[in-house]
Design a protein around this ligand. Structure first.
Ligand code: GTP
Ligand code: MG
Length: 451
């Protein structure tokens, strides 16, 4: 498994600091030096290492204190977060065309795994996403390339479009995508030719294909075993073709993995998938967070950290609840709530998850207008700090400025202010009902993003 050496060294370093009830600046320095060596030894690009270590040092010294973690654990938290950031923070999904088919073009050096990954991806899309993909063989240079894709297609029972080795790759992809459209395939995967080195002729040809079909994704397939050179290759492809993402292959192999860690930092393009073996189902979506935890080990500390973070959220929630009870919320609190609501997913889905919510009369007819949320948010974000804290400051010229800043009208601003005041009144009423029978009166609270 890739990253083994790195994992071992980092885990050793982290276990030294893990139990510390006090972390001095000298401790941080030692830790940073060890992390630096571990990363360099794993072949991570030296510029990336430098940035990484500096950030860890800065944050480890000046970090905010979390009650439920020891200082040692907090240092691990920082390293874990930075490692996750290095690999892209969040899982990055495949783009999807508004109008099918979604076109995905595979590019990369010879032997990096383009053909295999195209087939793996097609298999993944059908199995996991219930899609109906088609493969296109646009590598006309290597005699066996088309056969290879055909064999994979047969194995998967999936159509492969090809025109033999005499045709022009630009025509092949254009006509291949046309055919996919005609046959109602929702994904098309284009397998292209590789070269031993980055070369201009190839780049121009790939650019020609890209122009011809305007793919939704240009995925650079990188062999994780390539080492430092992978970074240069990725930089080059990205400059020439403006790739949309990376697939790392052969992560199952015995690689030091450093190049893989550097690519994201250097290109700023997300790693979307990882190849974990030669078999067709050995493709995984790339989860930076999980990968970081895997490298760092420390399962116990990491779950502790997660819990501590939930606690912080809970503390904040309690605070907000108190504020609501006293009807003294500001637009800042309001925005925070809005963010939370948004991070949970579509409102209608959330309501659907509340047991019995479907049966309640008021809720059943409640309509949530998602586009309104964006408007409301824009308005609040256009307010000054003082205005957010004290909406009473609002006069005509302030309202005009806010409307302009948020691309809305003064009426919209007025409406939100009115709803906000109503909401506060409602909170007052609710807290004065405290203890008495609840649910009397009107049909509930009308939030500003409901119709
Ligand atoms: N272990 C392992 N082997 C892989 C992985 N992905 C691809 N391979 C192997 O790598 C070799 C090259 O893969 P191809 O898919 O033919 O690579 P390509 O980029 O299409 O190569 P060209 O068409 O010659 O440019 C094959 O033997 C694959 O089985 C992976 O994730 N793990
Ligand atoms: Mg190939």
């Amino acid at each position: 498994m890739a990253f083994e050496g790195l994992a071992e060294r980092l885990q050793e370093t982290m276990s030294k600091i893990k139990g510390k009830g006090k972390v001095s600046e000298a401790d941080v320095k030692t830790m940073a030096r060890e992390v630096r060596l571990a990363l360099l030894e794993a072949d991570v690009n030296f510029k990336v290492v430098k940035q990484f270590v500096n950030r860890v040092k800065e944050r480890a010294v000046g970090q905010e204190v979390m009650k439920s973690l020891t200082p040692g654990q907090q240092v691990i938290k920082v390293v874990n977060e930075e490692l996750t950031d290095l690999m892209g923070r969040e899982e990055s999904k495949l783009e999807q065309a508004e109008k099918p088919p979604t076109v995905i073009m595979m590019v990369g050096l010879q032997g990096s795994g383009k053909t295999t990954t195209a087939a793996k991806l097609a298999n993944y899309l059908r199995k996991e996403k219930n899609r109906n993909p088609m493969l296109v063989a646009a590598d006309v240079y290597r005699p066996a390339a088309i056969d290879q894709l055909n064999t994979l297609g047969k194995q998967l029972n999936m159509p492969v479009y090809s025109q033999g080795t005499e045709a022009n790759p630009v025509d092949i992809v254009r006509e291949g995508v046309e055919q996919a459209k005609a046959e109602n395939h929702d994904y098309v995967l284009l397998d292209t030719a590789g070269r031993l080195h980055v070369d201009e002729t190839l780049m121009e040809e790939l650019q020609g294909m890209k122009d011809a079909v305007q793919p939704d994704e240009v995925l650079l397939v990188v062999d994780a075993m390539t080492g430092q050179d992978a970074v240069n290759v990725a930089e080059h492809f990205n400059e020439q073709l403006s790739i949309s993402g990376v697939v790392l292959t052969k992560l199952d192999g015995d690689t030091r993995g450093g190049a893989a860690l550097s690519i994201r930092a250097v290109t700023e393009k997300p790693i979307k998938f990882a190849g974990m073996g030669e078999k067709i189902d050995q493709l995984e979506t790339f989860h930076p967070e999980r990968m970081a935890s895997r490298i760092l080990g420390m399962g116990d500390v990491l779950s502790l950290i997660e819990k501590a973070q939930t606690n912080v959220d809970e503390e904040r929630a309690k605070e907000l609840e108190k504020k609501m009870r006293n009807a003294d919320i500001s637009f800042d609190d309001f925005l925070e709530q809005l963010e939370q609501v948004k991070s949970m997913g579509p409102l209608e889905d959330i309501l659907g998850m509340i047991p019995g919510a479907g049966k309640m009369k008021g809720l059943k007819n409640m309509q949530v207008d998602e586009s309104q949320i964006g408007r409301v948010e824009a308005i609040v974000r256009s307010m000054t700090k003082a205005e957010k804290q004290d909406p009473k400051l609002m006069n005509a010229s302030r309202k005009r400025r806010i409307a302009k800043g948020s691309g809305t009208t003064v009426q919209d601003v007025n409406k939100l202010l009115k709803q906000f005041e109503d909401m506060k009144k409602m909170m007052k009423q609710m807290s004065s009902m405290n203890g008495k029978k609840k649910g009397k009166g009107k049909g509930g609270m009308q939030l500003p993003f409901m119709r």
